[in-house]
Ligand binder design. Structure first.
Ligand SMILES: NC(=O)c1ccc[n+]([C@@H]2O[C@H](COP(=O)([O-])OP(=O)(O)OC[C@H]3O[C@@H](n4cnc5c(N)ncnc54)[C@H](OP(=O)(O)O)[C@@H]3O)[C@@H](O)[C@H]2O)c1
Length: 207
């Protein structure tokens, strides 16, 4: 199957869900989207499902076993409330989500862009001012499928390693919210372990 024939379902019809849907439709993808009151049936049967709901909704997500899932969510305590499972530095938020979606093939990306960047800063490949987006996942083939989607959406994909390394572009990191080139984002991800947040995570993980 070529990438442009992939169908994409988006759970969450808010600012991020709508922006991602618009970019993918412009790129020629068949996109379905569902908000909290919609039947998620069409969305969950898509080839790729994007999670664009408030993170505290993760326990209410449908069964996505076997599905390639993009986690675009962040732990944002003002919206999500205090959630101990997301304040535990031993696991990235995507790993917590993965535990609740057994069998889902999760790739973390797009979460560290602002709503403004998603809406306004997409550029075709080769543009001098194209900004980069980190992509982290445990399966290299899945990660490449998602990197291609990101590329088609108008952002430069930067491979960030396994899903656990999604912690490098969560809130409280240098990469979070940065409108950076691929080289700049790569350097930010490299610098993570020397950052304050990186030291907290390393200590918690016994690294
Ligand atoms: N805003 C940003 O700049 C930004 C950037 C990157 C990533 N993110 C992350 O992206 C996610 C969405 O953020 P947002 O700004 O788009 O939020 P938002 O504008 O509040 O939209 C959230 C959407 O999710 C829907 N929803 C809630 N629970 C659901 C469920 N169980 N099933 C299906 N849909 C559900 C809501 O529907 P109702 O309106 O019917 O409740 C709403 O359509 C968050 O995790 C956020 O951290 C945000």
């Amino acid at each position: 199957m070529t990438d442009s024939r992939l169908t994409v379902g988006i759970l969450g019809a808010g600012r991020v869900g709508k922006a991602i849907a618009a970019l993918l439709r412009t790129a020629g993808y068949d996109v379905a989207m569902a908000g909290s009151l919609d039947d998620p049936g069409t969305v969950v049967s898509a080839d790729v499902v994007v999670l664009a709901v408030p993170l505290h909704q993760y326990r209410n997500l449908p069964d996505l076993a076997g599905t390639l899932v993009i986690d675009a969510m962040n732990y944002w305590w003002e919206l999500d409330g205090s959630r101990p499972e997301f304040e535990d530095a031993t696991t990235s938020s995507s790993e917590v989500v993965a535990l609740h979606l057994p069998g889902a093939r999760i790739v973390k990306t797009l979460n560290h862009l602002s709503g403004y960047a998603l809406e306004e800063l997409a550029r075709p490949r080769g543009s001098a001012d194209r900004i980069a987006v980190a992509v982290a996942g445990d399966d290299s083939a899945d990660t490449e499928v998602v990197a291609t989607l990101v590329d088609h959406m108008g952002f430069e994909p930067v491979r960030a390693g396994k899903l656990a390394y999604g912690v490098k572009f969560e809130p409280l990191t240098e990469a979070f919210g940065a409108d950076a080139s691929a080289a700049e984002l790569h350097d930010m991800l490299e610098r993570f372990w020397g950052s304050q947040r990186g030291r907290v995570v390393a200590r918690a993980r016994g690294l």
